[in-house]
Design a binder for this molecule. Structure first.
Ligand code: DX5
Ligand code: ZN
Length: 217
């Protein structure tokens, strides 16, 4: 089980300090939210952030949550920038395109994952199970940090765990805090994206420890 902090709600003018703090607290993977202003109504980071991140923190993994319906130029750009994994939304492209880009990622030794929005039927993951290294279950509608965990998500996680078997990592993203992490974990999730709960806390490390205690319980 692990926590992947989302830097979306970190201070953009202080990112190095905010990432250092997380690494000092034991984080080994970051969740980087890429928003294109089209697939979701917000804009965030581009490939340069990822290449800067990999230069400064070569041993820390970068997980790209790709919230865009323009994979053709952007997926290769993030791969070139050094992404360790790229998570593609089911809703953002055709199944043929998803297959194409998941194969592309595998050919480039980048872990591919499939992301499902809260309204997308969970059974759509079935044809992709042989190709993906992780499923990302959105527990809010994507676009912004600081939203409330959608309660129905726990059932969706359970269903996905049943479909996917025990080995595939299930990650959750949106509204994870000291209450909802337990709901997600009990439903079968094992990777937890945490944004505002960590980055709006006075003390990142002690907030992390709180979550780690719940994960271990
Ligand atoms: C939402 C993003 C999330 C978000 C998580 O679209 O995908 O990764 O930053 O932030 P919190 O934990 O504040 O919901
Ligand atoms: Zn995300």
């Amino acid at each position: 089980m692990m926590i992947a902090p989302s830097i979306l709600n970190a201070n953009n003018l202080n990112l190095k300090k905010d990432i250092d703090e997380a690494v000092a607290a034991g984080i080994s993977r970051f969740h980087i939210d890429i928003m294109d202003g089209h697939f979701v109504p917000n804009l965030s980071f581009g490939p340069q952030l990822v290449s800067d991140f990999k230069r400064e923190f070569p041993s820390i993994k970068s997980e790209i949550h790709f919230m865009s319906d323009h994979p053709d130029d952007l997926v290769p750009a993030f791969v070139k920038a050094g992404a360790d994994s790229v998570e593609l939304h089911y809703e953002a492209m055709s199944e043929a395109k998803l297959n194409y880009w998941l194969d592309y990622l595998a050919d480039h030794h980048v872990a591919g994952a499939l992301v499902l929005n809260p309204d997308t039927p969970v059974k759509v993951i079935k044809p992709f199970l042989g190709k993906i290294k992780q499923v990302l279950v959105m527990t809010v509608h994507p676009g912004f940090g600081g939203q409330k965990f959608i309660a129905e998500s726990a059932n969706r996680i359970k269903e996905i765990r049943e479909i996917a078997g025990s080995e595939l990592p299930i990650e959750v993203d949106g509204g994870i805090n000291d209450q909802t992490i337990k709901l997600a974990k009990d439903a079968g999730a094992n990777v937890f994206v945490v944004g505002s709960y960590l980055y709006e806390a006075a003390d990142f490390a002690s907030q992390m420890q709180k979550l780690e205690r719940i994960m271990a319980s």
